[in-house]
Design a protein around this ligand. Structure first.
Ligand code: NAD
Length: 444
């Protein structure tokens, strides 16, 4: 007997009735279905039919029953055994690991001299921004006669003149390695020197941008930034010392952390995505989502700072290992054409870019949803937007300098030379996405 539209409170749903009886109860969300399934005391066994194994396994874990079976009917084919039907499809992939030595830990700046020695180097040129010169001097003291000098002239986007002057200085001081201590701008200057001279880089990141784990360089000439990949610019050694991030102000930390988050989210649906990077991306998203509210709440919290830097390390590997997509294209356009600040633009655009890809990259984005505490690909945009709100990040591109005509112009520029993206670049929807981002609205 079938009871259509039964209420979860009906006796037939609540009691152990000797049937055959089937009760049909409607629900609209997974949470609601779980609440219904768990509202009876007789949860001896249960079953789930699904086309989505990951979602079903998550549901099965949350059902209070002695046994729960999962039937993945989508993958059943004639001639396949039942066991084969449960195996996820394994797509072919290529994975190339990058040979950087990583030293991670609170206070690990103290390992710098040993790491330089390990590289066989004796004269380190220490690079910083003008703002972090004092930190550079501290490093020089730490290195003693292994320090060739401090060059505190790194600036955003590595202007060619700055790179050339730094190369001359490295040669003048007879440096045999560079220590780049700071954010992406300082590490970028180290890369510009390495590209030219082949000097090994020891990178000591103090933000979450991720440049230290990539072989991507950027150089700006006549206001045009050119980027490329070159194995010579990949740092030989990276020291992650969370203690050095304590001075990064809460708001900059939040945006920088969301910049890292963007690398991990886009790695999940990259054209050359692969299982190893998938694991790292999911772990990175989880770590950053957990840590960043703690960092903003108390910038001196060592646990939150360590967890955030760990997430940023993984995000850096993602960025260095697979190609990026719509989100990065839009941010490069916003940075290049409208000079918007790098990390803030990333933080604001990410929820909208993820939402744009919610159907075309449903599987990969479901992993992001899981790491953010949700379950469906369609939730990722809203979850990231809510995280931005929680972190107190400005939500409108207009507030960080995007002019009224920005969305139309940026959409047109991005579509003229698109990156790979799971959903093709569509100028109208991209302009609409940027318009919402400009106004600070939630993705829709
Ligand atoms: N090549 C790559 O793979 C790659 C990856 C990510 C970013 N980037 C580039 O990096 C640049 C952005 O880097 P960023 O976001 O790290 O910013 P940044 O390096 O420009 O740093 C911003 C400011 O914060 C200061 N700062 C950094 N760490 C600090 C700390 N712990 N305490 C106090 N102040 C601190 C810096 O001195 C600087 O004044 C962009 O040019 C971007 O294109 C390159």
């Amino acid at each position: 007997m079938v009871f259509i539209e039964a209420s979860p409170d009906d006796r037939v749903c609540q009691e152990e009735v000797f049937g055959p009886f089937v009760t049909v109860v409607r629900f609209s969300t997974d949470q609601e279905a779980l609440a219904i399934a768990n509202s009876t005391e007789y949860g001896l066994g249960s079953g789930l039919w699904t086309q989505n194994l990951a979602r079903a396994h998550k549901m099965a874990d949350a059902i209070h029953a002695g046994m729960c079976w999962v039937n993945c009917y989508k993958r059943r084919r004639e001639n396949r055994s039942a066991l084969q039907t449960l195996r996820p499809v394994m797509n072919p992939f290529v994975y190339q690991s990058l040979p950087t030595r990583v030293v991670f830990g609170w206070g690990k700046l103290s390992a710098l001299a040993e790491e330089i020695e390990r590289l066989g180097a004796r004269r380190a040129l220490i690079l910083t921004t003008p703002e972090q010169q004092a930190l550079g001097e501290q490093v020089a003291t730490l290195l003693g006669d292994r320090a060739a000098g401090v060059y505190p002239k790194a600036v955003m986007h590595v202007p060619l003149e700055v790179a050339q002057a730094a190369r001359v200085e490295a040669a003048r001081l007879d440096a045999d390695c560079c220590v780049a201590i700071g954010g992406g701008s300082t590490i970028g200057l180290g890369k510009a020197i390495a590209m030219d001279s082949g000097l090994p880089i020891v990178a000591i990141p103090t933000t979450y941008a991720g440049s230290e784990m990539t072989s991507i360089y950027g150089l700006t000439e006549n206001r045009l930034k050119k980027t490329g990949r070159d194995p010579r610019v990949l740092p030989k050694t990276v020291i992650y010392d969370p203690q050095l991030t304590l001075t990064l102000p809460a708001q900059i930390s939040a945006c920088s952390g969301m910049n890292a988050m963007a690398h991990a989210v886009e790695a999940l649906y990259a054209q050359d995505a692969n299982p190893i990077i998938g694991f790292m991306a999911e772990e990175s998203i989880r770590s950053l989502a957990l840590a960043l509210p703690g960092v903003v709440n108390d910038p001196n919290d060592p646990d939150a700072r360590s967890q955030a830097l760990y997430g940023a390390w993984l995000a850096g590997i993602c960025l260095g290992s697979v190609g990026m997509a719509l989100h990065h294209k839009l941010c490069h356009t916003l940075g290049g054409t409208f000079n918007l600040p790098h990390a803030q633009a990333h933080a604001i655009v990410l929820p909208h870019a993820a939402h744009y890809n919610r159907e075309a990259a449903a599987g990969p984005l479901q992993r992001a949803a899981r790491a953010l505490g949700g379950s469906e690909a369609g939730e990722v945009g809203a979850l990231l937007y809510a995280l931005n709100q929680k972190l107190g990040i400005p939500l409108a591109l207009a507030d960080i300098g995007l002019p009224e005509n920005g969305p139309a112009e940026a959409a047109q520029i991005a579509c003229a030379s698109p990156y790979y993206n799971p959903r093709p670049f569509e100028q109208g929807p991209i302009e609409a996405l940027l318009t919402r981002a400009m106004k600070g609205l939630a993705p829709a």
